[in-house]
Design a protein around this ligand. Structure first.
Ligand SMILES: [Zn+2]
Length: 117
């Protein structure tokens, strides 16, 4: 009976030791949470005539759905959401999270550059 209890104690101590190791590694300053949003600078062209429309700083990966006005680094258009060369409308005015944006009409633009897909 005695040997049994000692054995049990050993196991318990060992388990505790292992747990404390895990706890130490968890408390080792690993930052979890707030991820930094990646930014990608892309070029937006007219799908019809390949005229440059915007140089745009895109937030996060994925396909282009909208352009926040503040993210447009260079605007080649006349500000009327139409291609300056062929006159095709490529976006509509919209607001996302209270930020003015241009909602891209799918199929009207070509995106060049890394989108982080
Ligand atoms: Zn065009």
């Amino acid at each position: 009976m005695n040997t049994g209890s000692i054995k049990n104690k050993k196991v318990t101590n060992y388990t505790y030791y292992k747990l404390s190791l895990i706890n130490n590694s968890l408390g080792g300053g690993v930052v979890v949470g707030r991820k930094k949003i990646k930014e990608f600078v892309i070029k937006i062209l007219c799908a019809k005539c390949s005229t440059p429309l915007y140089i745009y700083k895109k937030e996060g990966p994925g396909s282009l759905v909208k352009c926040y006005v503040e993210g447009i680094l260079k605007d080649y258009t006349n500000g009327n959401l139409e291609c300056p060369k062929c006159g095709q409308q490529f976006a509509r005015l919209a607001k996302y999270h209270n930020r003015p944006a241009h909602k891209i009409i799918q199929g009207k633009v070509i995106v060049k550059g890394h989108c982080g897909k």
